[in-house]
Design a protein around this ligand. Structure first.
Ligand code: ZN
Length: 558
């Protein structure tokens, strides 16, 4: 007797096979058969033409903290995600000494836009080492499956304390970090993650520790990972990190190397394709350097209290260290404004490059300004006959920094983004789920790929979209028995209606620890999500009911 049979499903298997109609049987958390009339079952679901696919593997999340208070990492499972990869960019919460916990949380608050109150109330600090963190997750239970990177910035802080964000590492520091990488790989890390990105700044705008690493340190740490014969090297690339330098690291570890965040920017239309081509050339030389791309326009909601979109502009640095009255004085300072204008003119930022027409007022603090809601900064500044930055900062000051703005920045030109997605080697990810919770919510990126890019625009087929969300990431991360529908594979399943699949627009809710706010979207067209054979979502959303069927994944292919 099977546990479950899903009848008359359009099987899309995750490895690119053309869809076909069949039944699929589940027993003991695994796929028992894909065949007509596979035998009796305790539960039968009539799929009646819905697509049955493997569950989505979300390769770029930041659920390290949320997992300790919310094992389901809502809202990912309802959006079809059955495996989540955490620790991206190297911003983890393990290893972490008790004395460094508050600094770690304050850094996460800044770099990943997480509410400090939510982190302080929410994180269960029931561990110190990386292996201890994985053990804690396994003990407490997880909703979806979890694969965890060991994170460079955390290693640096653990070994170097407050110096981690100040100086280069000594030979002794590097040797101690190498030991921690080996320990993490032995305990089941999916790889080693780091960042050199200018948009990654901790408390008071101080660069995150990994940004202080030199080539010698990077080489030593990726080599320590590679010694295990396993693991993925994950890097969020800053503008000074060249593809040849990354290729050298890929060669040093001999492992797949994921490079984030490859966005399309319409102001520099060829730059991402040049990088893409360099990575393709590296692969022909046997170095598996893979671009990590996003299928979502980068839309961010923000206030002038903490405007992440501007923080990679070098001249913005003093604003990250200032608060309250000091921040307002700075925004009013003509010297600060002149330096920011110069940075924008030279396109020095990673996210904002002067697209004032793509920044809009969403909600004004003062009801008397309601008429401005929905208008772009470009049009408002032109109407006032003012420079855009001056208008923007003057208005923000007038509203006591309370205005909610939105920016649709990079990755919004569909022809450019479509070209990135169409490249079959590119890894579609970058949901950043768990981070930047008040700026955007791309948890449903997989449903958006299936609905918008495959069905509506036809940039790729549904079979290819499913492969890119399942079989391909499983192969990159070395996740052996997931990411495809085949007898014997884990029963991580997504049942959806190809005619309606998608996600709604984001809306604001206040349900984090301490009542902190976040943006969420609602899945559309999802009929069922199963993790290891247990149903965790239906058409109404999450229905886990206290069960935690996920596994902490610790064994990866060599
Ligand atoms: Zn990230």
């Amino acid at each position: 007797m099977h546990d479950l049979v899903i009848r008359n499903a359009l099987i899309v298997d995750g490895i690119g096979t053309a869809r076909y109609v069949s039944d699929l049987a589940v027993s003991g958390g695994r796929i028992a058969a894909i065949a007509r009339n596979p035998g009796p079952a305790r539960e039968t679901i009539e799929a009646d033409g819905l697509v049955l696919a493997p569950g989505i593997i979300d390769g770029h999340t930041h659920y390290d903290a949320q997992l300790t208070w919310d094992p389901y990492v809502d809202p990912s499972p309802a959006h079809g995600v059955t495996t989540t990869v955490i620790g991206n960019c190297g911003f983890t919460i393990a290893p972490c000494r008790p004395a460094d916990r508050d600094l770690t949380m304050r850094n996460l608050t800044h770099v990943e836009g997480m509410s400090l109150e939510a982190l302080r109330r929410g994180i269960v600090w029931d561990f110190e080492s990386f292996p201890g963190y994985l053990d804690m997750l396994a003990r407490r239970g997880v909703g979806p499956n979890v694969a965890a990177f060991v994170g460079h910035s955390s290693l640096r802080t653990y070994v170097m304390g407050a110096d981690a964000a100040q100086r280069r590492a000594s030979d002794d520091d590097v040797a101690r970090m190498q030991r921690l990488v080996r320990e993490a790989m032995a305990a089941g890390a999916v790889g080693f993650a780091t960042s050199t990105s200018e948009s990654h700044n901790g408390e008071a705008g101080i660069p995150m520790p990994s940004r202080l690493a030199d080539a010698r340190e990077m080489q030593a740490l990726v080599s320590a990972m590679g010694e295990s014969g396993r693991g993925v090297f994950m890097l969020t690339r800053g503008s000074a990190t060249s593809i040849p330098a990354i290729e050298a690291l890929a060669a040093a570890c001999g492992r797949p190397t994921l490079v984030a965040a490859m966005f399309y920017n319409h102001l520099e239309p060829e730059s991402v394709f040049t990088l893409n081509g360099e990575m393709r050339a590296a692969r022909t030389r046997g170095h598996n350097v893979i671009p990590q791309v996003s299928c979502c326009p980068v839309t961010m909601e923000f206030t002038l209290q903490s405007p992440y979109v501007f923080e990679s502009l070098p001249a913005w640095a003093p604003a990250m260290a200032a608060h309250g009255e000091a921040l307002k004085q700075l925004y009013a300072d003509p010297k600060f404004r002149a330096a920011v204008k110069d940075d924008i003119a030279r396109r020095r930022g990673l996210l904002f490059k002067g697209e004032w027409d793509k920044l809009h007022v969403v909600v004004t603090a003062d009801p008397a300004h309601r008429a401005l809601e929905g208008k772009s900064i470009a049009e408002l500044a032109a109407g006032a006959n003012q420079d855009a930055l001056d208008w923007f900062l003057d208005f923000g000051l007038e509203e006591n920094l309370g205005t909610l703005f939105t920016g649709v920045l990079v990755n919004s030109d569909e022809r450019g983004v479509g070209r990135l997605i169409a490249d079959p080697d590119n890894h579609v990810a970058l949901s950043d789920a768990g981070a930047h919770l008040t700026f955007f919510c791309d948890v449903g990126f997989g449903l958006y790929l299936l609905g918008h890019w495959a069905r509506d625009l036809g940039v790729i087929t549904v079979e290819e979209a499913v492969r890119r969300l399942t079989g391909q990431p499983a192969a990159i991360f070395g996740i052996r028995d997931r990411g495809r529908l085949a007898p014997g594979a884990a029963a991580d399943l997504l049942l959806f209606d190809p005619a309606t699949v998608g996600r709604t627009k984001a809306r604001r809710v206040n349900d984090l620890p301490a009542g902190a706010a976040r943006l969420v979207t609602t899945p559309v067209g999802v009929h069922g999500v199963w993790v290891n054979g247990e149903r965790v979502a239906d058409h109404t959303g999450l229905i886990a009911g206290g069960k935690t069927p996920g596994r902490v994944l610790r064994e990866f292919a060599s």
